[in-house]
Design a protein around this ligand. Structure first.
Ligand SMILES: Nc1ncnc2c1ncn2[C@@H]1O[C@H](COP(=O)(O)OP(=O)(O)OP(=O)(O)O)[C@@H](O)[C@H]1O
Ligand SMILES: [Mg+2]
Length: 351
């Protein structure tokens, strides 16, 4: 494509740059943007941004915001998916331009891995603090509960009329319900027992448990069978994956149109950082579903205890899954948009 002179200087930049005209058509993208997005400029240019970024809702929103406000928008991390490619995480800024009139310039950068790690580490510390607070609180609530229940039982014996038992029973039942919630908040306290674990045996166990609970659910396997064994606590990993898979089942069966599918995927992961330690090799285990996605208002908090978007949910499943994975020196992350939710568990491989 013949470039207007104003864009010629963009060719050597290491930042990806996209220029949109006043009609939201992609006028130009520089070689760095082609590389980042994995697309050819010749095919991409001329398309409408709305179509080209159909699968990148965050970027589309940023473009709209700049159009509406006339001010620059900077996003440190957003997922961009174009063509048939899976989404990639990019830093981005969108600014209005005077030439061409009504134009926009979009700058794209690969996310700085150090920044990302620092943020993950900060989130982990914050969560640890929250959990500690919650554990202490659970302890404090648990003790008087025993007293309340005991007193209600004594009172029940002394009641002059049988019909009043209805009230003492409410006290006893509610005390029991709280007691069991507190106990679940206080687990898991067992330390992991490490042994050689075949991750596919873990996944197959979860698969049969899920199928037993919800017969007929579509659960596809996409395994890399060449993966070596890891050192972990198999029971704990089963519990963690089961909690994630149960959520996925609930997500795909909730929408009712029967097209729901869950995928268990395993891959090798290279150069991963877990708990600030760098590993040359690890496992990446993904539990993917095509349900409606995690409700936006709780997306950032799903690993916190007691956060639930589900009627009757206790909000402990993912908090527990994450604790278990971290105890096994791994990490658990999540990415979700409508139709595509991925829980990715990373576990280190020795060597
Ligand atoms: N795959 C998923 N798709 C959509 N939403 C999800 C998915 N996984 C989790 N969520 C959301 O995250 C919330 C928290 O999940 P979590 O497992 O921690 O608690 P819960 O399922 O509500 O209760 P429980 O303690 O019984 O597991 C869920 O209530 C749901 O709203
Ligand atoms: Mg759950």
């Amino acid at each position: 494509m013949k470039l207007p002179n104003v864009f010629a200087g963009l060719e050597n930049l290491s930042t990806g740059v996209l220029v949109l005209d006043g009609d939201d058509r992609i006028l130009h993208l520089n070689p760095a943007a082609e590389t980042l997005l994995g697309v050819s400029g010749a095919l991409f240019a001329g398309q409408r941004a709305g179509e080209a970024f159909e699968r990148s809702p965050e970027l589309s929103t940023a473009l709209r915001t700049v159009r509406d406000t006339g001010e620059t928008v900077i996003e440190h991390e957003l997922d961009v998916a174009v063509g048939g490619h899976p989404p990639i995480r990019l830093g981005c800024s969108v600014s209005p331009m005077e030439v061409p009139p009504g134009g926009l310039v979009v700058e794209l950068r690969a996310v700085d891995p150090h920044l990302r790690i620092a943020r993950l580490e900060q989130a982990r510390l914050q969560q640890e603090a929250n959990r500690e607070l919650l554990r202490n609180l659970a302890h404090e609530i648990k003790n008087p509960l025993g007293g309340i229940r005991g007193a209600a039982q004594l009172l029940e014996r002394e009641l002059p009329r049988e019909s009043l038992r209805e009230y003492t029973q409410v006290i006893i039942k509610e005390a029991d319900r709280l007691q069991s919630l507190m106990e679940r908040l206080l687990t898991p306290h067992r330390m992991p027992r490490f042994g050689a674990v075949n991750i596919h045996e873990v996944l197959e166990r979860v698969r049969s448990l899920v199928l037993a609970e919800t017969p007929g659910v579509r659960l596809r396997r996409d395994y890399d069978v060449s993966l070596p064994e890891i050192s972990a606590d198999a029971e704990q990993l089963i519990q963690a994956v089961l909690n994630i898979a149960r959520n996925a089942v609930q997500a795909i069966t909730g929408n009712g149109h029967g097209e729901g599918e869950i995928v268990f995927r395993t891959r090798v992961a290279r150069q991963i950082t877990l708990e600030s330690r760098r590993y040359r090799l690890g496992l990446r285990v993904e539990i993917i579903d095509n349900g409606p996605g995690i409700p936006e208002d709780i997306r950032e908090q799903i690993f916190y205890p007691l956060v639930s978007g589900r009627e009757g949910g206790s909000g402990l499943g993912l908090a527990m899954a994450q604790t278990l994975v971290v105890q096994n020196h791994g990490s658990l992350e999540c990415e979700s948009r409508p139709g595509h939710t991925v829980f990715a568990m990373f576990l280190p491989l020795p060597g």
